[in-house]
Design a protein around this ligand. Structure first.
Ligand code: 8OZ
Length: 366
């Protein structure tokens, strides 16, 4: 067991081209505090600044287009106003010595027509309805039945990612993470449970991985591959009741290998079921990491000792923490000192103002 001075967890490195002061990342966290147009309020500046001692902040899932939105009050990165709303956030994090990337998000079928322009149906690889609930203008409601995208529409979708990636650059981020996890659009294409297409974007693993690869390639053209990461969740069904792929190890392994060839900054894996307490065994994440070949960020249910072990054993280059960063803005320092962690009440996770968002004490203030 390594001590604080021996473990690599608190040491700096580079993830792709992005300098990180330690191996602790802040996982992307939906907090639903933007306005209805997807513009952050100044509260988000304080929120991210307070957490800038994370080696890398992966800012919350952010809509790449109006069509890509599935939850009210989530931020966007497709208008000039979005750029202006994000810019002071990135400036504040940089002034505090941190690094910050933005997660690019299209929800696909996990949406409701009352969040779409002109009440349109959400889009998906196939017209298969998602389960669960989405946070709409009228509170929680089941997702609307989606419409299957026409082959001719796919190039426009890639263009939406390109536009969002360009805007993220204008907003001063250090890079972007493409969200290919949690049952949203790109994972809907990847899994044979949600993709029943018969064109070049459906059928074989190669075909189902085509859109994620096209999107990541397009985004890497804008940023340079060494500033682009990808998030995967091979074994998660938590959001949208999304059934697993029939051969996850092969499907995600193929995608990871192809992404590795692009020379990306990192692969970020949710190990097990999203929001569960711990990783489950039924998937070989080391094989996934090996197929990718580059830096690996491990996530889901890690505690301090697990994070130390993951980094020191070579399992991961970084470990990301989600919920612990909500109530502990100085999580890095608390882990360094092995201090108690504050458990933020779940009521404050989504929506509201400063309460439960920017009002958590640091160790030194407490
Ligand atoms: C919680 C609530 C809404 C969205 C994810 C973007 O899980 C999310 C999300 C999480 O990836």
């Amino acid at each position: 067991m390594s001590t604080v001075s021996e473990t690599a967890l608190f040491t700096p490195t580079k993830i792709g081209a992005i300098p990180v002061a330690n191996r602790i990342a802040m996982a992307p966290l939906t907090r639903s505090r933007a306005d209805m147009d997807g513009n952050h309020t100044p509260l988000a500046i304080d929120y991210y600044r307070q957490r800038a001692s994370a080696g890398l902040i992966i800012a919350e899932a952010t809509n790449i287009s109006r069509q890509g939105r599935g939850y009210a009050l989530t931020p966007g990165i497709y208008t000039d106003a979005h750029v202006e709303a994000w810019r002071p956030v990135t400036r504040a994090v940089h002034e505090a010595g941190g690094s910050i990337v933005l997660q690019l998000w299209h929800v696909g079928r996990v949406s409701h027509s009352n969040l779409q322009a002109d009440g349109a149906a959400p889009v998906a690889p196939s017209a298969i309805q998602a389960g669960g609930n989405v946070f709409t203008l009228n509170g929680n409601e089941p997702p609307t039945m989606p419409r299957a995208l026409a082959t001719e529409e796919i190039a426009g979708l890639v263009q939406d990612y390109r536009n969002a990636a360009t805007k993220a650059k204008q907003a001063g981020f250090d890079g972007v993470e493409v969200h290919v996890a949690n049952g949203y659009l790109l994972e809907q294409f990847l899994r044979d449970s949600t993709n029943h297409r018969t064109d070049q974007y459906g059928g074989s693993i190669e075909n189902r991985a085509r859109l994620p690869i096209e999107v990541v390639t397009a985004v890497a053209e804008i940023w340079g591959a060494d500033r682009v990461g990808v998030r995967l969740s091979p074994m998660s069904t938590a959001i949208g009741d999304t059934p697993l792929d029939s051969t996850p190890q092969q499907t995600y392994g193929y995608l990871a290998e192809q992404l590795g060839r692009l020379g990306l900054a990192y692969l970020h894996a949710i190990e097990g079921q999203t929001r569960s307490e711990n990783a489950v065994a039924a998937f070989d994440y080391k094989a996934l990491h090996a197929s990718f070949g580059g830096a690996y960020i491990a996530n889901n249910g890690y505690d301090r000792q697990m994070a130390i072990d993951a980094v020191d054993s070579g399992h991961a280059d970084m470990v990301s923490f989600g919920r612990h960063f909500i109530g502990n803005p100085d999580l890095v320092e608390r882990l360094r000192r092995d201090a108690p962690l504050f458990q933020a009440p779940g009521e404050a996770y989504y929506g509201g103002g400063a309460k439960g968002y920017t009002d958590f004490a640091t160790l030194d203030a407490a």
